[in-house]
Ligand binder design. Sequence first.
Ligand SMILES: Nc1nc2c(ncn2[C@@H]2O[C@H](COP(=O)(O)OP(=O)(O)OP(=O)(O)O)[C@@H](O)[C@H]2O)c(=O)[nH]1
Ligand SMILES: [Mg+2]
Length: 404
Amino acid sequence: MARPRVHSTEPTPDRAYLVAAETPGQLLRARDSLTELAELARTAGAVVVGAATQRLDHPNPATYIGKGKLQQVIEESRALGANVVIFDDELSPSQQRNLERAIGLKVIDRTALILDIFATRARTREGRLQVELAQMEYLLPRLAGQWSHLERLEGAIGTRGPGETQLETDRRLVRNRIAKIKRDLEVVRRQRALYRRLRQRRGVPVVALVGYTNAGKSTLMSALSGANAHAEDKLFATLDPLTRRLRLPSGEVVLLTDTVGFIQKLPAQLVAAFRATLEELEDADLLLHVVDISHPHAVQHVQTVIATLEGLGLAEKPALLVLNKVDRLLMPDGTATSRWEDVGDALHHRGVAVERAVPVSALHGWNLPTLLRRVEAGLDGDAPAAREAVLAILGAADRSPAAV
Ligand SMILES: Nc1nc2c(ncn2[C@@H]2O[C@H](COP(=O)(O)OP(=O)(O)OP(=O)(O)O)[C@@H](O)[C@H]2O)c(=O)[nH]1
Ligand SMILES: [Mg+2]
């Protein structure tokens, strides 16, 4: 049933038309990547009105998609009353410009969309600085395009006309701002490093939660430590790292850190900007790689997380694979009663090597004592490298790609 329309003062949401291309070597099929892009768009507050996909050997250097597909996008996006077209990949500045011209609507790419979500999520000063840095780095090469129309209007001004001067001023301002943010972040980094050294001297082990966005890291953090970590059924609910004390069954106290989630095609600017935050992971003694095992693309999520950890030089860290949301394997409608014995069967049926991972439900608090015991053993050296820990579920991909 349609919800009654309530008059509100909220701005009318953007009406987004989505475009994804399937290029060789991509982790997800275009259709599946589009599902994720739609989630990102909704998280950013847009309404998705339509979408198109195209299979491409390589993107068209001028317009990303081919001519015929572009025509379809132009017609459909207009017919559906879209006011923004979102591409599921990072567009070059000239592609974006050409597409905006051809379609006659605002065109943004996946990177800009993710940056936008991050911008609305950042709470701490550090988080805001990091996001702004990423946005500025993204903006810098794109500044030219914003002035090209002005140059055209002014006619044959030549290369040093007012438009160009304005552009250079803008570039200088952005560069100055970038330099300033980097200096500020450097101070934060040094403070963090100092704090870490103190912590190490005290010998408190650090356990860090990593995983795909929306896997349930913050929920698990709250369930384990009683901390009130912000959890939400939205992508990138957590941006700023949160650390809490956690007492293990042996009585030993460790620090548990919650971090920003990963996603496929995570913008490089963001990874760079979040270096200070991600450095928290560097001196973690154990990673808890949290997977939403109920997600149809759990395997691809795990692959993305490993690739990201590799990029950060963290793939060799000891890790436990935590299979979260197992309650959903039993009760898709979310009604929970404890039928724990069935979980092992459900996972086994999907080809997951259950004994090499820890199934839990963070939401219902299932199997957390086991997880804590495994954390203890893991800190004692009984945990595989992050790269190997995921084999427990990658084996499932080989056996039955459709099942997990
Ligand atoms: N059914 C079920 N839902 C869960 C479970 N754990 C978490 N969730 C839900 O999954 C959603 C995402 O949880 P979060 O804890 O915010 O996930 P996250 O990994 O911290 O996400 P980001 O901070 O966005 O990276 C929330 O709606 C949670 O209530 C679980 O064990 N079972
Ligand atoms: Mg979170």
